[in-house]
Design a protein around this ligand. Structure first.
Ligand code: NAD
Length: 471
């Protein structure tokens, strides 16, 4: 049980101005595993004031000084990798065998990669008689979701600190515990006020942060509906807004692909973190003449993801994060069936061998068409939609027929063909033939998957203003 009664403001652990607490529930047991303060807008005011006061000095620190801090944070995360992995697996439900690498090491790499990118980043260029300088944008309000709770915090905090910005972080109220470990690591490494932690509900703390006139930029990761609200709330103060939102990403399997490999890999990509990954490849586009074959392979592959206790060593898929999330996913499964999609495996019934925990069975639909909600809306659960295509042009048209544009996959035995199809996809990330994630590459979406890019050098640019000085 983790009981946190304090927020981290102005370099110290202090009580909230409010008196409420938020319970953190373990996904697999449905038991309360922690409590954090339910912050209030007055806490945001204090945090922003501290960040504002710390900005002039922090923004003037040297690159070497900030690089050193980032490296120390990375080392601090590494030293606590088991503790952090336990917390993420309990809060979110990702199998414990996966969290050290996929959740915690990724966050560590966010800090070390940012340190490396900062060392190479050029803050000044010359354009004719102008000196063009890049400067930190100011006070950053960072708002994170629950599915990769530490990584998504790190993907904001690392570049913000690296560029000389100061930060007020609001982690997800559903998975806030790793943020307390991170601030334990930051405590003592940073001057007071440079990085502040306010936990609480989105409508209370998140909205206050977004609307705050002394916040210069909001970096938000979460759902597209909340992202729209964030953009609207930020508009009156015309602050910079970076949005990393939802997706309905397509995996295009071309007619010359190794079908067995492509479908098996694609099922795994869809079910990572029980489908709670923004870049999950949830639409699998298969040549129509091979749909029956793909269905068979997908059903066999899905069977491997039998849900189970995230702390059992052989579990490949754990529960969803919460009861509310499970209800949403079940409703989406029912809707897909009522729309005429053919259920091949899975469904709304709870797995027979599990009497508690927010589990959903690995689910595959086929004969999905582009008008169905299961093809259009983000589900954020282990639900794969198989769709038939009649060639590359049709596959590209289906893939791009979405309000989203976060990620995509292309499978072909011809690398040039795969690349030329990838170039036609309207999304921010494409993996060819199952290529692995690159944490240094720009990450972000087209269309309603957001704007801006995180990670590596591109992540630094988000937090910089540009000034032209004519001489
Ligand atoms: P969410 O939108 O419900 O919440 C995200 C965060 O915003 C939380 O901290 C929440 O408290 C806060 N919030 C809620 N309402 C707010 C408001 N009105 N103003 C300010 N803050 C508010 O999202 P979630 O359910 O936590 O996360 C899942 C979603 O995140 C999915 O849609 C997923 O695709 C998306 N996501 C996107 C990326 C990406 O990089 N594109 C990465 C991970 C998750």
């Amino acid at each position: 049980m983790r009981e946190h009664e304090r927020l981290y403001l102005d370099g110290a652990w202090v009580p909230s101005e409010g008196s409420g607490a938020i319970e953190v529930v373990e996904a697999a047991t449905e038991e309360v595993m922690g409590r954090v303060p339910a912050g209030v807008p007055a806490d945001v005011d204090r945090a922003v004031a501290a960040a504002r006061a710390a900005f002039p000095a922090w923004s003037q620190t040297s690159v070497a000084e900030r690089t050193e801090v980032l490296s120390e944070v990375a080392a601090g995360i590494n030293a606590r990798i088991d503790e952090l992995a336990d917390l993420v697996s309990a809060e979110v439900g990702m199998p414990r065998a996966q969290t050290p690498l996929i959740q915690v090491a990724l966050a560590m790499v966010d800090f070390s990669n940012t340190a490396a990118a900062l060392a190479e980043h050029s803050a000044e260029t010359v354009v004719g008689h102008s000196l063009v300088v890049r400067e930190p944008v100011g006070v950053v309000g960072a708002i994170a979701p629950w599915n990769f709770p530490l990584h998504q915090v790190a993907a904001k905090v690392a570049p913000a600190l690296a560029t000389g910005c100061t930060v007020v972080l609001k982690p997800s109220e559903q998975a806030p515990l790793t943020a307390f470990v991170l601030f334990d690591i930051l405590d003592g490494l940073l001057p007071p006020g440079v990085c502040n932690l306010v936990t609480g509900a989105g409508p209370a703390v998140g909205r206050a942060l977004v609307a705050h006139p002394d916040v210069d930029m909001v970096s938000f990761t979460g759902s597209t509906p909340t992202g729209r609200q964030v953009a609207a709330d930020a508009a009156p103060t015309v602050k910079r807004v970076a949005l990393e939102l939802g997706g309905k990403s397509a995996n295009l399997i071309l007619d010359d692909a190794d079908l067995e490999r492509a479908v098996t890999d694609g099922v795994g990509k869809c079910y990572l973190n029980a489908g709670q990954a923004c870049q999950a490849l949830t639409r699998m586009l298969v040549p129509s003449e091979r749909l029956a074959e793909a269905e068979e392979i997908a059903v066999a592959a899905a069977a491997i993801y039998e849900p189970g206790d995230p702390f059992a060593p052989d579990t490949l898929m754990g529960p969803l994060v919460s009861s509310a999330q499970r209800s949403r996913v079940r409703d989406d499964i029912l809707r897909a069936t009522s729309e005429g999609a053919r259920l091949l495996t899975g469904g709304v019934e709870a797995p027979e061998h599990l009497d508690r925990g927010y589990y959903v069975r690995p689910t595959v639909f086929s004969e999905v068409t582009s008008g169905m909600a299961v093809a259009r809306e983000e589900i954020f659960g282990p639900v794969l939609a198989l769709m038939a295509h009649d060639g590359d042009d049709h596959a590209v048209a289906l893939a791009n027929d979405s309000i989203y544009g976060l990620a995509g996959g292309v499978w072909s035995s011809d690398p040039d063909r795969a690349l030329s199809v990838a170039r036609r996809l309207r999304c921010g990330q494409v993996e060819l033939n199952g290529a692995i994630f690159n944490p240094e590459a720009p990450f972000g979406g087209y269309r309603q998957s957001g704007n801006g890019r995180e990670l590596g050098r591109a992540g630094l640019d988000e937090y910089l203003e540009t000034k032209a000085i004519q001489r």
